[in-house]
Write a protein that binds this ligand. Sequence first.
Ligand SMILES: *Cc1c(COP(=O)(O)O)cnc(C)c1O
Length: 448
Amino acid sequence: MTSDARSAELFERAQLVIPGGVNSPVRAFRAVGGTPRFIAAAKGAHLTDADGNDLVDLVCSWGPMILGHAHPEVIAAVTDAAARGTSYGAPTRAEVELAEAIVERTPVEQVRLVSSGTEATMTVLRLARAATGRDLVVKFAGCYHGHVDALLASAGSGVATLGDAEALASPSSPGVPATTTAQTIVLPYNDRTAVTAAFAEHGDQIACLVTEAAPGNMGVIVPGTEDGEHFNAFLARTCREHGALFVSDEVMTGFRVTRSGQHGLDGVVPDLVTFGKVMGGGFPAAAFGGRAELMQLLSPVGSVYQAGTLSGNPVASAAGSTTLRLLDDEVYRTLDASADVLRTAVAESFAAAGLPHVVQSAGSMFSVFFTPDDVTEVPDYATAQRQDTAAHAAFFHAMLDAGVYLPPSAYEAWFLSTAHDDEALSRIVETLPAAARAAAAVASAERH
Ligand SMILES: *Cc1c(COP(=O)(O)O)cnc(C)c1O
């Protein structure tokens, strides 16, 4: 049992001045109970919390820290950039280099840099609506695209974790006007019949369909293949047939599952793509991009307005460029191999503990579903919601007590980095059997 006295003290203070004591909801441990760990420092695959506990990190800042924490070359680039000033409100070489790196690795011709994934998806909707002269947007239940009003209809991630998700197409949060989500059509993921029917009915009013390139915010869901056609290829084709734009949200998958992202696995070329997380190297940086003809609709060339005081920030751009430069083929081989080790170990310990589960992956991104015995595959949000969250909470705390920091939610991917070496992986693998037994005890107590 590790001590959390100092974290508890900070959490008390935090709750007085910050709602719930956190600046992003899932950090608050609401879904698993207990005191969130306040982090004092991090290096490689390890976090050090305020009480001095060493934790092997499987959150990696929810994706960005793909090279591990405080990577020496990233820190050097950031330090060097910061010493030359932290923001100018005028263009810099650093942002040109980051934009070039993104364009070189992905199917987009031009990008605009912003500060968060939310900003990227928000602007992409505006751009798609302007380009098509249409208002409707299609999304999938359980896909999270940031806290954009129009996309907070049946959203995943923190919304799923906190159990606030409501009926399809009604707002997932108070404060989102029903008139806004009334422009959003929400469909079950992997359901081609539903997509075809929605486009048959509303096709001439749909501006775009936006999807996570491979969903990771309701746990990891595999985009299915039917008659040799990948789900994303089907979506792109359906959009094209109806004059709508296909928007791929690669904020989580981009530069993580391959050197480009999910595009590297399915080869589908979307009209517009959003990026974030990895490309910021741990700083607030994100982007959206697409064909030049669409991107030229943006101010100052076109009339679609978009702006940002800190967009393309020189320190964030230096962190992002350096991270992308270091992400070579060897990195992806390492991540794939580490993910394999963990997936296998999870499946073995859960099976040995008699704990029903499903492990799913999209490239090196994977997650574990605490689903009942009759579930062998999780294709959509409705199935993901059949998870035993009490068993997950028991598992989470057993792992944490043994020094492994997992996402405090049953609806999130586990994130690895190149800093997860044999020592870090062994520590995780060794803690799995006892944690699986702790979860199985809760699951079986619920059944009886
Ligand atoms: C994290 C995430 C976002 C939101 O990005 P923020 O930087 O947190 O605003 C959007 N889409 C996907 C797929 C994400 O995983």
